[in-house]
Design a protein around this ligand. Structure first.
Ligand SMILES: *Cc1c(COP(=O)(O)O)cnc(C)c1O
Length: 388
């Protein structure tokens, strides 16, 4: 099929929920991808931070294929060794006690919200504080958790019980903690909101406030997690100990998975029958995730993410068309001087570079395994586009 035929098919048969760019990708290798016409791209997207080990990493692909050839799925009535092993490995990497597995970031947050509501149930505390400009998912409940009006307005009424505080403003959180709140949910770096890192003082203050008021500290690591910011989870870079952590995107290196991790005190809060997922903990996804967790969890790998991030940041800051760069590790937002981020994205694709946007910023989430050569080639294309 030609690209034009694929585009025609999409327009006829697929709901138009995405503003797509003119490229149909059919093959990839680490940070390089090829489209249906054979054109090559450098990839600074990793599929929105999903392909942690790049496209089709050989070790990851072999583990996934081997598992598919052994047993691809079983119902959750039975024990799944790939699943239990991943749970232990995630506990060791995160310091959290136990995991519930599902298939996406939104579902992981749904589980976190259930845990919080159950925690507050006895004392009638069902409200959850989230932050203005946050992003927590597309289901009706996680949309309600998302502190952005624009996402709400077409789908009212949403799940009730969410109240919004200002990021960086401890007093605005405090003002909402009136005894009816069971949890605070936030991202360490707001991703969709424009790549905005939280200040360390705010996060530490929030942890203390949550402890004093018996409110759960819940961190949405769906985008920031699994090495993206240079620590296994971003909260580890802040030195805080959350009660609940949600993780998805990069976790299985490109297969659908999500997990809600809880601390020891919440290990038995959900009883049999209180949550479930047909596909959750699927052995093929878990086999892929185990390769990712082992590779990314290596301190030398995490150090390389920090170094690559610093290198990209330095090179970008030196470009005269760049106003500023913010973010952590390989999660970077670039504010351009007098250029529209989406127009730059479209032009970059034409020139052979795949990038993302977040609000009015250009966003880079390259595979964590990207080479210096590919970073340089991508930067050269980006520079050329900015000069046009
Ligand atoms: C992407 C994202 C989600 C939603 O994840 P899905 O897998 O698309 O449901 C939730 N929270 C954050 C911070 C995200 O970046």
């Amino acid at each position: 099929m030609t690209f034009e035929q694929i585009k025609e098919q999409e327009q006829t048969y697929v709901l138009h929920t995405y503003g797509r760019v003119d490229a149909a990708l059919v093959k990839g290798e680490n940070a390089r991808a090829w489209d249906v016409e054979g054109k090559e791209y450098i990839d600074f997207t990793a599929g929105i931070g999903v392909n942690a080990l790049g496209y089709s990493d050989p070790e990851w692909a072999a583990a996934v294929a081997a598992q598919a050839g052994k047993i691809q799925h079983m119902c959750n009535y039975y024990y799944c060794p790939e699943n239990t092993a991943l749970a232990q490995e995630l506990s060791e990497a995160s310091g959290m006690a136990k995991a519930f597995f599902c298939n996406s970031g939104a579902e992981a947050n749904e589980c976190a919200i259930k845990v919080a509501r159950k925690y507050g149930e006895q004392r009638g505390a069902g409200k959850i504080v989230t932050l203005v400009n946050s992003f927590h998912g597309r289901t009706l409940t996680t949309l309600a958790a998302t502190g952005q009006e624009g996402f709400h307005k077409d789908f009212l009424p949403l799940t009730e019980g969410f109240v919004y505080a200002q990021a960086g403003d401890l007093e605005s959180v405090k003002a909402l903690l009136d005894g009816s709140v069971c949890a605070v949910l936030l991202e360490m770096v707001q991703g969709e909101g424009g790549v905005i890192p939280m200040e360390e003082d705010f996060v530490k203050g929030l942890e203390q406030l949550c402890r004093e008021r018996d409110v759960l500290l819940m961190i949405d690591e769906v985008q920031t997690g699994v090495g993206r910011t240079g620590t296994f989870y971003a909260y580890q870079g802040y030195g805080v100990h959350p009660d609940v952590v949600t993780t998805a995107k990069g976790l299985a290196g490109g297969l659908p998975i999500g997990a809600c991790l809880v601390s020891g005190k919440l290990g038995d809060i959900l009883k049999p029958g209180m949550n479930g997922s047909t596909f959750g903990g699927n052995p093929v996804a878990c086999a892929g995730a185990r390769v990712v967790v082992r590779r990314v969890g290596d301190p030398a790998f995490l150090q390389s993410v920090k170094e690559k991030g610093a290198y990209l940041k330095e090179k970008l800051e030196a470009m005269p068309q760049v106003e500023y760069v913010r973010g952590k590790g390989l999660m970077l937002g670039v504010k351009l001087k007098g250029k529209d981020a989406h127009e730059v994205l479209v032009e970059c694709a034409k020139q052979g570079l795949l990038i993302l946007t977040a609000k009015e910023l250009v966003r880079f989430l390259p595979p964590l395994t990207i080479t210096k050569e590919d970073m340089d080639q991508g930067l050269a294309i980006f520079q050329k586009v900015l000069e046009q």
